[in-house]
Write a protein that binds this ligand. Structure first.
Ligand code: ATP
Ligand code: PRP
Ligand code: MG
Length: 222
């Protein structure tokens, strides 16, 4: 009979998965199936006591907070947004310094954002990060109507759905390709290890060495 794995990690496929693989390897852990080659949502690893759940990036905090996963990796953009509705639920011990990007306000080229702000205009802002955006504009004293989207935010200003977006920017290539410009930084983003608080107490013996290995494998800042 196969034993139940003692530890479960939640990861999203794509860039976080790819950038986590080398960190896992430095911790002596090899993921034996790749989510691009497999439809399985629970992936085995070279360690019998560790399995990986493949979930949407914005669902990683939920799996970890409710204990369906003991730990996981999520971007600060996702964590900040999540924490506004679920304060204090997650232990976030290590900035892994991977999947680096920033959250920024962007508008159509030619839209005078500064003038609109100066004049106290009410702005329509499309974003998946509604809490982050609301807080950002409240801090600036700018009135906004937030429109929640789930992707392709860059489209919204082009078709008159919004004056501005709050979205992830890395190279700026997506903004350029769509005739948008970043006008304001909201926050720098990288991914953090997040840990279920109960697991940290009840499974410390197996969990802590993995957390330590991640800490040692983390690429340095800069
Ligand atoms: P989904 O595909 O489920 O809608 P997603 O688009 O947020 O989710 P990813 O693109 O894999 O999923 O992004 C995961 C995390 O990686 C984001 O939360 C953010 O922290 C970071 N990220 C997103 N886009 C970039 C980028 N272009 N460059 C670097 N890091 C990024
Ligand atoms: C992300 C994000 C931006 C883009 C920014 O998209 O949603 O659109 O990266 O990166 P850039 O500044 O380097 O162009 P992603 O590649 O994750 O595609 P998605 O729409 O599937 O999320
Ligand atoms: Mg994406």
């Amino acid at each position: 009979m196969t034993q139940n794995p003692q530890l479960t990690m939640a990861l999203s496929k794509g860039r976080i998965f790819e950038e986590t693989l080398p960190l896992l390897e430095q911790a002596g852990i090899v993921v034996t199936e790749h989510p691009d080659q497999s439809r399985k949502l629970i992936l085995p690893t070279s360690r019998d006591d560790l399995r990986i759940l493949i979930v949407r990036a914005s669902d990683v905090p939920t799996y970890v907070q409710y204990g369906a996963a003991d730990f996981g990796i999520a971007g600060k953009d996702v964590l900040y947004e999540y924490s506004k509705e679920h304060p204090g639920g997650l232990y976030q011990p290590i900035d892994l310094n991977i999947a680096r990007c920033r959250l920024a306000v962007a508008v159509r080229e030619g839209f005078d954002y500064e003038a609109a702000v100066r004049q106290g205009a009410r702005l329509r802002v499309a974003t998946k990060y509604v809490n982050v955006a609301r807080e950002h504009f409240a801090r600036k004293g700018v009135y906004v109507d937030i429109i929640k989207l789930y992707g392709s935010m860059e489209l919204a200003p082009l078709v008159g759905l919004a004056d501005a977006i709050v979205d992830v920017v890395s190279t700026g290539g997506t903004l350029r390709a769509n005739g948008l410009v970043a006008v304001e930084d909201v926050m720098p983003v990288s991914s953090r290890l997040i840990v279920n608080q109960a697991a940290l107490k009840t499974r410390a013996a197996v969990l802590q060495p993995i957390l330590d290995a991640f800490e040692h494998a983390t690429p340095s800042q800069g």
